[in-house]
Design a protein around this ligand. Structure first.
Ligand code: ADP
Length: 262
C-alpha cells in the first residue's frame, strides 16, 4: 500500500526548480548534496535569551535556516473575546521575512504562513500547562530570517526554547525534525532542494520525555513501511535536537551564575 499526500508545486516553484534541479540528490556512496549522510542532521546552533525586550526568546540556525522567536505572556488576552475561562490561549505567528528566500516574498502573511502558524500552535499546545493561566494569552512570534527547508520544524524547536526561556511551565520541550525520501532512499532533516525535488517529506514534532508526537504531516508518497521508518528517523532527529535544546537552556543559566559570582 502506498500513502499519498499532495505534493503540488506553485508555478513559481516549478520554474525555479527547472533552473536548478540537480540530476541526483544522493551519490553512489550515499552522500547528499550538502555532504551529509542519509541519517545526519544539518549543523545546528541554538541560543536563548537573545531579545531582552521579549519575555522569552531564542535564535536557531539549522543548516542555512535562520530563525528568531520572541514570546510574550502569559498576559491579559486581547481582543477579550478570545479569552478562555479555563486556560490560556496561544497566539502563534509564523512569518517568513521578504528576504528569507531568493525571490522576494511579499511581507503580507501568505496562506502558507497562516497554515504553518496553526500547525505550529497545535504542536506546542500539548507541552504547555495552559490550565495554570486562565483568561490569558501567550504570544509566540516566529520570524524566518532565512529559509532552506524544514522551517516549520525548526520554528517549533526554537519556539519551544523561547517558551521555556519565558519561564512558562511546560510538561516537556518540543523538538521537531522531518524525515523523507529522495532518490528512493530515506533521509532525515531535508533541506530545500531535497524537500522540493525529493519524493516525500514527513515533518514530526515530538516530546521526548513524554514519548508523544504533537505534529505529524506528510507531503508526497511513501510505502507503509517506509512511512514507519521515516517517522522513527525523524524521532531520532528530534531526540538529538532535544539534547541541544537542553544544553542551550543550561548554558544561559551557567552564564548567569558566573556573572553573579564575579
Ligand atoms: P518547511 O519550511 O516547513 O519545509 P514547506 O515544505 O512549505 O515548509 O517549504 C519548504 C521550503 O520551501 C521552505 O523552507 C523554503 O526554503 C521554501 N519556500 C517556502 N515558501 C517559499 C517562497 N514563497 N519562495 C521561495 N521559497 C519558498
Amino acid at each position: 500500500m502506498q500513502l499519498k499526500a499532495s505534493k503540488k508545486k506553485t508555478k513559481k516553484e516549478t520554474e525555479t526548480l527547472s533552473n536548478k534541479k540537480p540530476e541526483k540528490l544522493i551519490d553512489k556512496k550515499g552522500i547528499r548534496l550538502d555532504g551529509r549522510k542519509l541519517d545526519e542532521l544539518r549543523p545546528v546552533k541554538m541560543e536563548v535569551g537573545v531579545l531582552p525586550n521579549a519575555d522569552g526568546s531564542a535564535y536557531l540556525e539549522q543548516g542555512k535556516n535562520k530563525i528568531l522567536v520572541g514570546v510574550y505572556g502569559p498576559k491579559e488576552a486581547h481582543p477579550r473575546h478570545i479569552a478562555q475561562q479555563d486556560r490560556a490561549v496561544i497566539q502563534c505567528r509564523y512569518h517568513m521575512a521578504p528576504f528569507s528566500v531568493d525571490e522576494r516574498k511579499s511581507p503580507a502573511p501568505s496562506r502558507r504562513d497562516v497554515e504553518l502558524s496553526k500547525v505550529i500552535r497545535e504542536a506546542l499546545e500539548p507541552a504547555i500547562f495552559l490550565e495554570y493561566y486562565p483568561k490569558t494569552a501567550i504570544q509566540v512570534y516566529i520570524e524566518i530570517l532565512q529559509a532552506d527547508g524544514g522551517t516549520r520544524c525548526a520554528g517549533i524547536t526554537a519556539a519551544s526554547l523561547a517558551l521555556a526561556d519565558a519561564g512558562i511551565p511546560m510538561r516537556d520541550l518540543v523538538a521537531a525534525c522531518a524525515a523523507g525520501k529522495a532518490d528512493g532512499k530515506l533521509i532525515v532533516d531535508l533541506m530545500d532542494t531535497e524537500d522540493k525535488v525529493g519524493e516525500a517529506d514527513v515533518p514530526v514534532a515530538f516530546m521526548p520525555n513524554l514519548n508523544a508526537i504533537t505534529l505529524l504531516q506528510m507531503d508526497g508518497g511513501l510505502l507503509v513501511d517506509e512511512f514507519e521508518n521515516a517517522v522513527n528517523m525523524a524521532i531520532d532527529g528530534c531526540k538529538q535536537l532535544y539534547n541541544l535544546q537542553k544544553e542551550a537552556l543550561k548554558s544561559k543559566y551557567v552564564a548567569v551564575e558566573e556573572d553573579e559570582e564575579e
